[in-house]
Design a binder for this molecule. Structure first.
Ligand SMILES: [Zn+2]
Length: 301
């Protein structure tokens, strides 16, 4: 416990609900982090609400929650293909039972990672930025002229644009979504397709095979680069951002695909846009969700 440091400052309880783990932290307006906890995401919605509610205390000035799905601000509804216990629930109403008199903010986790990276790492010194999260699912967010783009709902479900016609079935119901070719599981599927096996190789293990000179592993990452480059080229052709940043677990393996991705983008991009957008790995790593949630409270979006 490290609450003493935070006692005299405003602090937000930041909660990052993931498909596998839930991370929580108490964060002050200087982004000092205390009471960081990571545990397995509860398997039922009721247990999830009980868990978050158990973290209530009088020092908290706000609750800011990152969810792994789209959020409708008008109706307070969620669609979360990778954490279906949230679907159809009104998490705002259920958290208000405990967090009665303080602001509660709910936002898509990739949108929050974008917001966190933009304010906390980039210090809002660029105007336009896109972040893609490459993890259990593929998400993202876009900053346009210094603001996170929003509509009636959270936006930028980039994982659900089509990468392959009639391709792999996606959790959203469509076939061939980018998510199925760029998420954590995609590399294993591609490796198995190429090698005609049913291995359970992790992305890190496939990377290790590249280091050992395995040609199938190398081709697996090249195919990954092609799917990613196709999506990023389209995004640059639309937004021409200052930066496209890659976050999420697979950004840690970027040495196996980033150079090829950038090469393909430079080859395919609308010629006038060449050389404007920097494509690089994000800096916030596994704290992106909680820092982003805190930024959403202290800076707004
Ligand atoms: Zn989809």
């Amino acid at each position: 416990m490290n609450k003493e440091n935070l006692e005299n400052s405003r602090s937000v309880l930041a909660v990052d609900i993931g498909g596998t783990n839930i991370k929580t932290a108490l964060i002050d307006s200087d982004y000092n982090i205390a009471d960081e906890i990571k545990s397995k995401t509860p398997t039922t919605y009721e247990e999830l609400i009980d868990y978050i509610s158990s973290l209530y205390n009088n020092d908290i000035n706000a609750l800011s929650v990152a969810i792994p799905g789209g959020y409708n601000y008008d109706k307070n509804t969620i669609f979360a293909p990778n954490l279906t216990i949230l679907n159809g629930k009104n998490i705002l109403a259920d958290l208000k039972n405990t967090f009665k008199n303080i602001p509660i903010l709910i936002e898509n986790d990739a949108n929050l990672a974008t917001l966190g990276e933009y304010h906390y790492i980039e210090k809002a010194e660029i105007n336009n930025m896109i972040l893609l999260t490459l993890g259990t699912g593929v998400g993202g967010g876009v900053i346009i002229n210094g603001k996170l783009h929003k509509s009636h709902t959270s936006t930028f479900e980039i994982g659900h644009i089509i990468s392959v016609d009639n391709g792999r079935k996606c959790g959203c119901g469509r076939y061939g979504c980018l998510d199925e070719y760029a998420n954590l599981h995609a590399l294993t599927l591609t490796y198995n397709e190429l090698s005609n096996t049913e291995s359970n190789l992790s992305p890190a293990k496939i990377g290790a095979l590249v280091d050992e000179g395995d040609l199938i592993a190398k081709e697996t990452f090249y195919i990954y680069s092609k799917h990613l480059a196709k999506a990023i080229t389209d995004l640059i052709n639309i937004f021409v951002p200052d930066k496209v940043k890659l976050g999420g677990g697979l950004s840690e393996l970027s040495k196996y695909y980033l150079d090829d991705t950038i090469k393909i983008i430079n080859n395919d991009i609308f010629p006038l846009y060449k050389g404007i957008t920097i494509v690089e790995v994000a800096s916030l790593k596994n704290k992106a969700g909680v820092i982003g949630a805190a930024v959403n409270y202290f800076k707004g979006s």
